[in-house]
Design a protein around this ligand. Sequence first.
Ligand SMILES: *Cc1c(COP(=O)(O)O)cnc(C)c1O
Length: 393
Amino acid sequence: MKVTVDERGYYGSFGGAFIPEMLYPNVEELRVNYISIIENENFKIEFERLLATYVGRPTPLYLASRLSEKYGAKIFLKREDLCHTGAHKINNTIGQIILAKHLGKQKIIAETGAGQHGVATATVCALMGMECIVYMGKLDMERQKPNVERMRILGATVIPSLSGSMTLKDATNDAMRHWISHPADTHYIIGSVVGPHPYPDMVARFQSVISMEVKNQLIAREGNPYPDYVVACVGGGSNAAGAFYHFVEEDHVHLVGVEAAGKGIDSGESAATTVLGKPGILHGSKTLLMQTADGQVIEPYSISAGLDYPGIGPLHAHLCNSGRVQFLSATDDEAMVAGIELSRMEGIIPAIESAHAVAALVQLPFEQDDVVVVNLSGRGDKDLETYIRWGKY
Ligand SMILES: *Cc1c(COP(=O)(O)O)cnc(C)c1O
């Protein structure tokens, strides 16, 4: 099983670039150039330097001893929550902004739902002195005020999207429209392993630093680079893609993606795409998405804003259909209980997205000496309101 796209930008039958004619030149410029830029020695030096000195990599691989005792296996937490800005998303925005510079772009646009990708983008634009415009649904701006203000403090312009449901998909449409009318000087930073080729492959490559580090850290700790399990939550799928990347071709490593079941798979309020979704086109690629019989996208739901997405990246659609990755889900309640448990047992308050990965541990048949890596994608500071509203602690 390969982790990279074929020459047409597909993972098996998923992926590709389904875009309006007007967007073709922008995406084509990226497609033709991205590999040679990423593999250029100057790019690598700058990317690695910023990951080390600015993001704080390598992030620790922490043996969670009380959690290990509870689940009867060696549970390691990959601490992406300790990255600058509090989650893995900055690995990708650092990569893309250096790429944008190599392409000669001066301006950056992005879309954001909960605001986490917008903050990670505004951060790297400040770092590089580049102009930053972030499109965000008006409704999302009201729901995520602190992140709107973070972006503004960082110098970004946040533009409310006023069409449709005034949420992520409308912000995405506005960002696309902006990009079409400013092709020469602007790069569009997409925040997960979604969108038209080459975005899924490009973002997965930037996030693959996670599994590269895990391998090195496991060699030092266990004398063996290969864990028995890698577990990660899946919204669009970028932290999972990064955590799985260097293990996909090693069939003996059990890979587990955890989706948000919301109020329950059959409740009508869920984001468990691999169970509820069917093949279709979403945000420029062919993938699995939740849709009605006549192809209308179904509004997803999760208590966690980062998992509240109606699709998954095409890589994950392929890994799911081929059986290489086992997909599980955790409900809102299960994730909240797991988030409190991790706080109490290890002194780590996780992002509610990451708590979904922890919540899936009870569903896995570990044996005593199994080495399990849970990708802790982010920290819980942003979710304090949700923890308080949940209240059961
Ligand atoms: C955005 C986010 C996610 C979901 O995005 P992926 O692309 O699936 O990784 C998960 N965890 C955290 C902390 C996030 O901010």
